[in-house]
Design a protein around this ligand. Structure first.
Ligand SMILES: [Zn+2]
Length: 231
């Protein structure tokens, strides 16, 4: 019933995880760690093409996400299928995340930083907030969901949270050896990046990750706000 993993990535849309954490995911899976993705929305508004039908876009984006995850060595991708731009901080959504945390029992949970100020996609803000709330106190407390307990889903204590897109990064992860696979995973999201993963964009990405590694003794990093949870 439970299926322990080391890392659970909770991503608002198909492609956010690749921008935020793919280099780190690739490093972890290379080290033999189990990583799963939870994709909250189906991304059905994520197109600037007037001719594309939302249903078709959903199908394409799922395939793109599966291809990217496969490339990165992600063990499983779970789609929650909320329509794009409709996420709300509801008891149902929170409980779904709790159920997954209790099922997969990750040591580390990675998601979008909900505390980025001003212009930030509402789905990102809500995914981050609901995930943090799910970790504490709901996944931890015995009495939160008696029905989950009856199904054998015991409380679980996540050890570490990594938040991407943070204005207050305090943790860097070395992606020097996995940057190329991150770019390849981003390329899987053709409907989103199209031809944007050109040599120029790749260079811009490289520059960005170089900046994130400033002061370290390696070249490229992904940066996060890290919360270590002392239970
Ligand atoms: Zn997004």
């Amino acid at each position: 019933m439970t299926k322990q993993v080391q890392m659970m990535v909770v991503t608002p849309h198909p492609d956010d995880a690749e921008f935020g954490v793919a280099g780190t995911v690739a490093r972890w899976t290379r080290e033999g760690k189990d990583v799963i993705y939870v994709v909250c929305t189906n991304g059905d508004k994520g197109s600037s093409d007037n001719n594309v039908k939302p249903d078709e876009l959903v199908r394409i984006r799922e395939q793109e996400q599966l291809a990217a995850a496969k490339l990165l060595g992600v063990r499983e991708v779970i789609f929650l299928h909320y329509p794009d731009q409709t996420l709300e901080d509801t008891p149902e959504f929170r409980k779904e995340i709790v159920r997954l945390i209790r099922t997969y029992r990750p040591e580390t949970v990675v998601t979008a930083d909900p505390y980025r100020r001003y212009i930030w996609h509402r789905d990102h803000r809500i995914t981050g907030q609901v995930t943090l709330d799910a970790i504490f106190p709901y996944a931890r407390d015995f009495l939160s969901y008696p029905d989950l307990l009856e199904q054998g889903l015991q409380p679980h204590k996540v050890k570490e949270v990594l938040l991407w897109g943070s204005e207050d990064p305090n943790h860097r992860s070395n992606i020097t050896d996995t940057f190329d696979i991150k770019v390849a995973a981003l390329r899987c999201h053709q409907s989103q990046v199209g031809n944007r993963i050109s040599p120029e964009l790749e260079q811009r990405l490289r520059d960005r990750h170089k900046m994130m590694a400033e002061g370290e003794d390696y070249e490229l990093a992904e940066a996060f706000h890290r919360v270590e949870i002392q239970w």
